[in-house]
Design a binder for this molecule. Structure first.
Ligand SMILES: Cc1cc2nc3c(=O)[nH]c(=O)nc-3n(C[C@H](O)[C@H](O)[C@H](O)COP(=O)(O)OP(=O)(O)OC[C@H]3O[C@@H](n4cnc5c(N)ncnc54)[C@H](O)[C@@H]3O)c2cc1C
Length: 375
């Protein structure tokens, strides 16, 4: 049986980041990925460019678009449009983006290798893949996504609740591509407890609907209807549904020598549905915990940093999604609040800092509310 310092299950951004940092520290790392790489992942693919600075290599080869404008559309058709100076948000396709990170990792990668069993003892963790091969690691990082089997085997994330998202990659004609070239659209107030989006890619649009604080049975119909109203025809194109493990509470992210990172650890933002950044950051923290031989410290660190911010995000999400009209009128139309929100979207502020500044900003911005008009 081959032995490693660490085994990483899953080659998404959490697994890629963990493998990269362990490899940089000279550890023997094995990445086991269920799919053949590069693999498709249903995702809007919106990433604050600040996230790229986490790594010392260049991400420009995998950037599809850069965003300079945000359209907020309310369910009644009124819109507020805002500039995003400096184009701080990038759009990526996840097959290429995730593989790009992995290709920089000094790790042994086995794709087409689903892990089907896991056993841990005092000294390490043993895994078996579908082909019957077994591998042993001193530690194991479960980065196997929303439906993590590693979490289940380790007895973690019991009683988790999920949001859900549905996404369609829609070919677009030149006029539509030009309309959304550097623009993202958020449609607010329509699906209960979530939003719809239009994100531009190099040759097509990624459109979707997410519901974060509960499930919505009518997502497909709402997506079709609202995209048709925007002149985007999604009929006939494959729909990709996927659960969203929204962060809801503090919980253990390790057991023994098993650590959970990214979606496996339930680290998706409850307001925006953003998870790539948290996958990358928790992957690095998991790698550092392995290097320090301190898995318990990992749970504490994630909860004190990412978790503390996501708990504020959950408070914002409850306000926003339970009061969409008020949020649009007092928040989106309010230039000072909108500026705060755009800083958050760009990865330049945190939910906590937003909460500290919001009361004053909402008040001071009210007299200067922007007109909300049909486009
Ligand atoms: C429709 C949709 C839109 C989204 N849009 C955005 C967005 O615009 N921006 C953003 O930041 N986030 C977005 N998210 C969230 C984001 O996609 C996730 O948070 C992110 O993919 C988490 O990365 P990860 O590495 O934890 O998991 P994943 O990217 O899901 O990777 C997990 C990997 O583990 C592999 N795996 C699973 N089981 C096994 C097994 N048994 N053995 C081996 N390998 C296994 C899987 O094949 C997969 O490759 C979106 C999510 C959805 C569903």
């Amino acid at each position: 049986m081959k032995e490693y310092d660490a085994i990483v299950v899953g080659a998404g951004p959490a697994g890629g980041s963990a493998a990269y940092w362990l490899g940089e520290a000279g550890r023997r790392v094995l990445v086991l990925e269920k799919e053949r790489l590069p693999r498709y992942k249903p995702c809007g693919g919106g990433v604050p460019k600040a996230v790229f600075d986490r790594f010392p290599f260049d991400f420009s080869p995998v950037i599809e678009r850069e965003i300079s404008r945000v359209r907020f559309r309310f369910r009644d058709g009124r819109e507020v449009v805002a500039d995003l100076p400096g184009k701080p948000v990038a759009m990526v396709m996840r097959d290429r983006f995730d593989y790009h990170i992995l290709q920089h990792a000094r790790a042994e990668v086995r794709d087409g290798s689903p892990v089907v069993a896991l056993r841990q003892d005092g000294d390490g963790v043993e895994v078996e893949t579908a082909s019957g091969e077994t591998f042993r690691g001193r530690y194991l990082i479960g980065a196997d996504g929303a439906n993590s089997r590693v979490a289940r085997w380790a007895g973690l994330r019991g009683g988790k609740r999920m949001g859900a998202a549905l996404e369609v990659e829609v070919p677009a004609d030149d006029a539509l591509l030009e309309e959304y070239r550097e623009t993202v659209l958020f449609l607010l107030g329509t699906p209960p407890l979530g939003y719809l989006w239009v994100f531009p890619k190099a040759e097509h649009l990624s459109v979707g609907i997410g519901t974060f604080l509960g499930k919505n049975a009518a997502m497909r119909e709402v997506l079709r209807r609202e995209m048709a109203r925007l002149g985007i025809d999604v009929e006939g194109y494959p729909e990709h549904g996927h659960p969203l493990p929204i962060y809801l509470r503090r919980e253990a992210l390790h057991r023994g020598r098993v650590l959970l990172a990214g979606d496996a650890g339930g680290l998706v933002d409850p307001l925006l549905g953003e998870g790539i950044r948290h996958a990358i950051d928790s992957g690095r923290m998991a790698a550092e915990a392995v290097l320090q031989e301190d898995p318990a410290g990992y749970t504490v660190r994630v909860q004190r940093t990412l978790g503390a911010n996501l708990r504020w995000g959950l408070r914002w999400a409850k306000v926003f999604y339970h009061h969409p009209w008020g949020s649009f009128e007092l928040g989106v139309r309010n230039p000072r609040f909108l500026d705060l929100f755009l800083r958050l979207f760009a990865g330049r502020t945190t939910y906590r800092r937003m909460a500290l500044r919001a009361p004053l900003d909402v008040l001071l911005g009210l007299p200067r509310r922007r007109p909300a008009v049909p486009p």
